[in-house]
Design a protein around this ligand. Structure first.
Ligand code: GLN
Length: 483
């Protein structure tokens, strides 16, 4: 029995995992689980009525021999920046504290069509800006393995809701690592799809040229299944690709033998030796599964972080202009128009969001745009091209997901230090590539993630590698007995 925090015992929780054929009973069990782990603060809103209604409807349909969707009875947690009709969607911001969308995001619509049951909205960094879920207006989400530490972010609530066993599937969004980082920090699987593979219609935008919604789960096949459901073109998001998605579940089970893995040397720069050793062990498992491995160099990778932050902030300063309390951001204020907007935005946004709006406005301003924004765009192109060269010789690239172990809540106070935590994840978003984080074991009883990056639209390759690795390591069991 492992005691993971002040009050919650891991094993006793995992043992009663939701193993029921009755969707209604499952929802009740999940609600109980959510209640028991409330201290972790994984959910902003729990939709008890909505989930029960869907479960009852499904139960009736099953009883009368009706059709069942591909996600029938599976419980899904949705990050709170993804719109859900009639269900509060806050982006973890005071600005949207009471915002209730009138439509479902395409991904939510697809999940519901396949009979997945949305049980609630998960905690995140405010407007997805952060790496730890500490900037949420609703308080930080706690790490599943050590409650005094961060869950990672910004999709921290989604990762923790999976780790606690409250749900089988979760949606996250990844602009610069927000799916992979919390997946690594809580020993679950998180996949950031190729830019354009999954519709972003209904995702509250942070940085539109980088944002991507993706699946998270405890195991590879669940991740593949959720991707299969949400992937595909969408006339309401013109950045989606018309390319047919693969059958990810089937593809995942194909042997990984013969795949060529490049180990990115720069991804191991300034990384704790013990973390490196774990990640190398994990790569060793891929080798054992018949993959070839070879070290490669990506010297330009170190410029990804500054380029990412310039581009992300520039785009966010523009995207967040719509929150003026008139159409979006329902806060009230008195006075003249300008005064009201200033007041609403001053009160509605948290410190980190404001910092980014300021910096983003600055890098786009006349006289500086060329030096900062345009230069960052050129770096972005170079990173894209360098990746493409590597994918001539390799099917996937491997490196750690995170440079450090989950830190203590409140420990990182410098914004710059926090940004540095994204060193391993942001290059992928600049290039629009797919990447997955899979559990790689533990250092000091805290989880480590292995990150695999694929060529555009090669999600299936990443899932194949993950599936073979899972079969070899049985990593889903680690959620019960870390170490
Ligand atoms: N940590 C990165 C940032 O703050 C990435 C966040 C994300 O992927 N949404 O921008």
């Amino acid at each position: 029995m492992v005691c993971v925090g002040p009050s919650v015992r891991l094993n006793s929780l995992s043992e009663q995992f939701l193993d029921s054929d009755d969707p209604v009973e499952k929802v009740y069990k999940a609600l109980e689980r959510i209640e028991k782990t409330r201290g972790l603060n994984a959910f902003i809103t729990v939709d008890k009525e909505g989930a029960l209604r869907s479960a009852e409807e499904l139960k009736r349909r099953i009883r009368t021999g009706g059709k069942k969707g591909r996600l029938a009875g599976l419980l899904v947690a949705v990050k709170d920046n993804i719109s859900t009709r009639g269900l509060r969607t806050t982006c973890a911001s005071r600005m949207l504290e009471n915002y209730v969308p009138v439509y479902d995001a395409t991904v939510v619509e697809k999940i519901k069509m396949e009979d997945g049951i949305v049980i609630g909205k998960t905690n995140m960094d405010e407007f997805a800006m952060g790496s730890s879920t500490e900037t949420s207006f609703f308080g930080p989400t706690r790490n599943f393995f050590d409650h005094s530490r961060v869950s990672g972010g910004s999709s921290g609530g989604s990762a923790v809701s999976l780790a606690t066993g409250a749900v089988e599937l979760a949606l996250g969004s990844d602009t610069g690592g927000s799916i992979r980082n919390p997946a690594a920090f809580n020993s679950v699987v998180g996949l950031k799809p190729t830019y354009g593979r999954v519709s972003r219609y209904g995702l509250i935008a942070y940085a539109s040229s980088l944002d991507q919604i993706g699946p998270m789960a405890r195991d590879t096949l669940s991740t593949a299944l959720l991707l299969q459901v949400i992937a595909g073109s969408d006339p309401r998001d013109l950045t989606t690709s018309s390319r047919e998605p693969s059958n990810y579940v089937e593809e995942a089970t194909r042997e990984a033998r013969g795949l060529r893995i490049g180990i990115v040397k720069e991804g191991f720069m300034n990384i704790d030796e013990k973390i490196s050793a774990k990640v190398y062990d994990a790569i060793g498992v891929l080798e054992k599964n018949g993959c070839s491995v070879e070290e490669v160099s990506f010297p330009f990778m170190k410029y990804a972080l500054p380029a990412y932050y310039i581009i992300a902030m520039a785009e966010c300063s523009s995207n967040l202009a719509r929150f003026d309390g008139i159409r979006y951001g329902g806060r009230r204020a008195e006075g003249r128009w300008e005064e009201r907007i200033v007041k609403i935005r001053t009160e509605g946004f948290g410190e980190e969001v404001k910092r980014r709006i300021f910096l983003g406005t600055f890098v786009l301003s006349a006289g500086y745009k060329e030096d900062f924004y345009m230069k960052a765009c050129r770096v972005r192109r170079k990173i894209h091209d360098d990746f493409k060269l590597l994918f001539r010789d390799f099917d996937a690239l491997a490196m750690p997901t995170m440079p450090v172990l989950p830190w203590r809540t409140g420990e990182i106070v410098s914004p710059l230090e926090m940004y540095m935590m994204d060193f391993e994840t942001v290059a992928v978003n600049l290039a629009g590539l797919p990447a997955i984080s899979i559990p790689a074991g533990f250092v000091n009883s805290l989880p480590v993630g292995l990150q695999l990056v694929g060529d555009h639209f090669e999600e299936a390759t990443l899932l194949r590698l993950s599936y073979g690795y899972e079969a070899e390591t049985g990593f889903t069991k680690w959620l019960r007995t870390p170490g």
